[in-house]
Design a protein around this ligand. Structure first.
Ligand code: ADP
Ligand code: MG
Length: 271
């Protein structure tokens, strides 16, 4: 064991330091109707500050992968480590944005955003200021005291994103966060997410059903196969940053989206 620990403590150059290591990860859901194998062995390293996007067919295990990384469910085999530490319970250094905003209906925007601070018993005063800044950045100023039902779907999702960032986590996991948004809001959110990534150096994993969104935002796109999902391919996106929306007209951008789309043509829809 001690020799393993020494290996784990070896520091690589800052730019290439592995923050998340996923090794031999498998998940089979045990149900009354039998076993549902959902992930075949997954091996994936994510570097500090890296932006990874995951695309794959509907039901291939993307949300399962994210829940495992978030420590919300347990793997059947294999392991996930963050900074060398085995993920068992939800780690403090992780923020999560779920597929639907899951805001608490009886809490205001501000009190929804402050949830992770309360759950983790962090200093309220300093985080309150941070929450207000995030809310303003997300274009929700003036809505701090509104309830979820008083917001549009886009505003609810922006609230959920503020909530994922309020405790300043090093890692942000996002499960199709923009799926329900209209095209313009979605583009705005993409630009905003890129800005946050660039300015804060956070490590981000984004599940998306939009191949252009994946290529636009990510340093690396991971393509998953059908269930039980495993990694079919990964593509580095060598487009310079900051990327503007017109990068989508770049030949490199088109070539990459076409190549990734090619994984799905034969098999039908992606999710
Ligand atoms: P994706 O997010 O890629 O659409 P999921 O990770 O949600 O896929 O699900 C992968 C597979 O596991 C699906 O076939 C789904 O029906 C199944 N599954 C997900 N959650 C459960 C669960 N709690 N119990 C049983 N099966 C599940
Ligand atoms: Mg899903």
């Amino acid at each position: 064991m001690s020799s393993l620990r020494v290996v784990g403590e070896t520091r690589e150059p800052a730019a290439a330091r592995r923050l998340i290591t996923i090794a031999g990860l498998e998940k089979t859901y045990r149900t009354r109707d039998g076993d549902v194998p959902s992930l075949k062995p997954i091996d994936l390293d994510i570097h500090e500050g890296e932006f990874v996007a995951v695309v794959g067919p509907s039901g291939c295990g993307k949300s399962t992968l994210l829940k495992l990384m978030a420590g919300l469910i347990e793997p059947t085999a294999g392991e996930i480590r963050i900074d060398g530490t085995l993920v068992k319970d939800p780690p403090d250094d992780v923020g999560i944005v779920f597929q639907s905003p899951v805001l608490l209906a009886w809490r205001t925007v501000l009190r929804n955003v402050m949830m992770p601070v309360e759950v983790r018993k962090l200093d309220r005063a300093s985080h309150l200021e941070r929450a207000r800044k995030l809310i303003a950045t997300a274009g929700l100023e003036g809505f701090e005291n509104k309830f979820p039902w008083q917001l549009s779907g886009g505003m609810q999702q922006r609230t959920a994103i503020c909530r994922a960032l309020v405790h300043d986590p090093k890692i942000v996991l996002m499960d199709e966060p923009f799926g329900a948004l209209d095209a313009l809001t979605r583009e705005r959110m993409n630009l905003e997410l890129q800005r946050i990534h660039q300015e804060t150096g956070k490590t981000i994993l984004l599940i998306t059903h939009s191949i252009p969104e994946a290529v636009f935002l990510a340093d690396r796109v991971v393509v998953m196969s059908e269930r039980p999902g495993t990694i079919a391919a990964t593509y580095n996106v060598e487009l310079p940053r900051p990327r503007r929306l017109d990068v989508m007209g770049d030949p490199l951008f088109s070539a990459l989206t076409q190549t990734i789309r090619g994984h799905f043509y034969a098999r039908g829809q992606i999710d």
